[in-house]
Design a protein around this ligand. Sequence first.
Ligand code: MG
Length: 289
Amino acid sequence: MCIRDRRAMALEPMAIGVMLGVGESPEESIQKVLDVGVTNAQMGRPGDAWLEPGKAAELKQKIDEMGITITTVFCGFDGESYADIPTVRETVGFVPQATRAARLAKAKQIADFAKILGVDIVAAHVGFVPEEADDPQYAEVVAVVGEFADYLKGNGQKLSLETGQETGPTLLRFLHDLGRDNVGVNFDPANMILYGSGDPIAALRLVGQYVIGCHCKDGVPPTEPDQLGTEMPLGQGDVGIERFIRTLHELGYTGPLTIEREITGDQQKADIIEARALLEEIRARVLGG
Ligand code: MG
């Protein structure tokens, strides 16, 4: 059975939403969702104080009052940096050995926070999954991510793996090796370009049955070794966003189209509003036949 078949479809097909970073003041931050003209969002993890059950319940009430649907909660960990590729390799996700156990404990806490919010998908960057399956670190990463997936299953939740650092074939092998029926993919086509991990549309076709979320983000490839490429406003990079949405549709994906723009301030808001308008046009063409 496809992982998507069990997903509760409360939203309209391909509902346009936004990726929301919340930091230390999530109650203020969630207003940003309405400010860009949408009502669904993926939410980054808030500061530790908000993970406490009483505070989480308070936040849920606020979100409900505002009429916002949180579709996914994203894990993030202290000490992660996306400065350049070697730094990502050393600091991001469950791959760095020194922080693995502490991050698993924190991830479980984030899962419980998401459960109080009534959110059944928790997403995470695994980090640089070793490309070679006989790398001893590979089995350890499968084990820790598998343990997290099992914890989520106990909560009635799914784990969504953000794409980017690995190639499509490595991601597919990782999903097979995990062998859990509650693990899917949050497909970010721009990340594959920014990390030089191959053609995102080919990778999307490879893991299509696992896709339970996506980021509508754009970018151009790196020009220097070890550097990341450059994120661009939606429609101005190399993703080919209409082709991306069409491919999602062909693969039977009906979940949210979550705009992600990883800058801050007024320009971020302006770019998200433009991205929303672009996606509305594309969605009308794609769903209209
Ligand atoms: Mg992303």
